[in-house]
Design a protein around this ligand. Structure first.
Ligand SMILES: [Fe+2]
Length: 186
């Protein structure tokens, strides 16, 4: 599979009452969930790997969150994107990933290109077992820079992703290229 966005499974049926009664999971709870999932060797081994492109398996996240197990062949990445109003967490379960992120709060709407100021770039290496949580409007790209080793990671988002904004980047200039909504992924 080599499509560029996750393909969500049908939302799990949830009664209005249970949705209203469930407290939204915190970033810490999402991080705890992805860490536990990443430590589940049987679960990680269940992900089909494809040398040609990323692969996904949808997981049941805590508190109605959207969770994914993702396989990354060498040299693959997401491109720059954000997750709108969702918070999230992810952890590397096998191999190593790199995250490039912006330490800046960007306006969410009403712009097409934005010139980033100096010093907003952050880079972190996430070897097996390392992860992070992130808040709303977190802008990043995630890459497997290995020449020869697949990576596997676990991700969780809450609320379930309403949209993903995709950006291209040329030097300091970020350009909004596409807004993907769940219906685009089906
Ligand atoms: Fe992301």
């Amino acid at each position: 599979m080599s499509v560029s966005s996750p393909v969500p499974a049908s939302p799990a049926p949830a009664s209005a009452a249970s949705a209203a009664d469930t407290a939204a999971p915190t970033q810490a709870e999402l991080l705890d969930f992805v860490r536990r999932a990443a430590a589940d060797a049987e679960l990680i081994a269940s992900l089909p790997l494809d040398p040609e492109g990323r692969t996904w398996v949808r997981l049941e996240g805590p508190g109605g969150s959207e969770a994914w197990l993702i396989g990354w062949p060498p040299g693959t990445g997401t491109g720059w994107h954000d997750h709108a109003d969702s918070v999230g967490a992810f952890v590397t379960a096998a191999g190593e990933l790199k995250e490039n992120a912006l330490a800046a709060r960007l306006p969410t709407d009403g712009w097409k290109t934005l010139e980033l100021s100096e010093g907003v770039d952050r880079e972190r290496r996430l070897p097996t077992g390392k992860g992070r949580a992130f808040g709303q409007h977190h802008v990043h790209e995630v890459l497997n820079e290995s020449d020869d080793r697949h990576a596997v990671s676990v991700h969780a988002y809450y609320p379930p992703l309403p949209q993903i904004r995709r950006y291209s980047r040329t030097g300091p200039t970020l350009r909004l290229e596409q807004v993907e909504r769940p219906q685009d992924w089906q």
